[in-house]
Design a protein around this ligand. Structure first.
Ligand code: FES
Length: 160
């Protein structure tokens, strides 16, 4: 974790507990997750008990306490998506990537998460890739999506 980045996030916000969520959002954006060291530092600098920082970081889905992969695949498991086969999508992606929900592939390319409703029930089952919604998904479409993301990532690595 870069101390300089955290310092710039905290700049002008010290002793302002009401800034907690905004500060955690900036930490999440800068590091891709909220590291434990950052939570301790935020607690100390904003004057918010560490327990409260943990509670907020755990409560909101936008915050991750573990590093996420470059590609976050979110499967909606809400009722509307579930009845249209979301469990098959979850099985597909976990099998294809060899993961359990919430885990990240060893190469840091993929994290698979599940949510309860994305507010697009009529379009279900819904899968989100880094904020892009894919509706009326089927296991086959999802398999192709993962394969395409993977091959794009490989090309990027090859040309880096
Ligand atoms: S249940 Fe999946 S979007 Fe609502």
């Amino acid at each position: 974790m870069s101390t300089a980045t955290l310092e710039s996030i905290l700049e002008g916000r010290r002793s302002q507990p009401q800034q907690l969520i905004e500060v955690l959002q900036d930490v999440q954006e800068s590091y891709g997750y909220v590291p434990e060291d950052a939570m301790r530092s935020v607690s100390k600098n904003l004057g918010v008990p560490l327990m409260e920082v943990y509670r907020i970081a755990n409560f909101y889905k936008t915050f991750s306490l573990k590093p996420r992969g470059k590609n976050v695949i979110t499967i909606c498991m809400g009722t509307a998506c579930h009845v249209r086969g979301a469990h098959l999508l979850l099985d597909q992606v976990l099998g294809q990537l060899g993961l359990v929900p919430g885990a990240t592939t060893e190469d840091g390319q993929f994290t698979v998460e599940r949510v309860n409703c994305l507010g697009a029930c009529a379009l279900g089952p819904v899968v989100v890739h880094n904020g892009d919604y894919h509706h009326h998904m089927t296991p086959n479409k999802l398999r192709k999506l993962i394969a395409s993301i993977r091959s794009t990532s490989m090309e990027e690595i090859a040309h880096a």
